[in-house]
Design a protein around this ligand. Structure first.
Ligand SMILES: [Zn+2]
Length: 99
């Protein structure tokens, strides 16, 4: 499965194209044409950088478990985000939780 991300031209959210059905943005429910999607691909490099940054700033549950030996219950108390189709935890939030 190819997972691709586009920036919604209406709300500027980064959308996993997997979730786009019938040209309707899952974030703002706005309709955008395939032309708009094609145009937004111009910023794909920018998106990749943003994704890389996000990956560097966050970690997965498995990584937290391995690194800090926390239980699912403890990890569930840490704020999480699901920006690219996978739940990740910001390192700053993990550190805050550990303090
Ligand atoms: Zn949108």
């Amino acid at each position: 499965m190819v997972i691709d991300f586009v920036k919604c031209p209406i709300c500027h959210e980064n959308i996993n194209t997997f979730y786009i059905s019938g040209g309707v943005c899952p974030a703002c429910k706005g309709y955008f044409s395939s032309t708009a999607v094609a145009n937004s691909r111009c910023s794909i490099k920018e998106l990749k950088e943003e994704r890389k940054e996000y990956r560097e700033e966050t970690m997965t549950k498995a990584q937290i478990k391995k690194m800090f030996d926390l239980s699912d219950d403890e990890i569930s108390k840490i704020p999480s985000s699901n920006k690219y189709g996978k739940v990740r935890y910001r390192k700053v939030d993990v550190v805050k939780f550990l303090k």
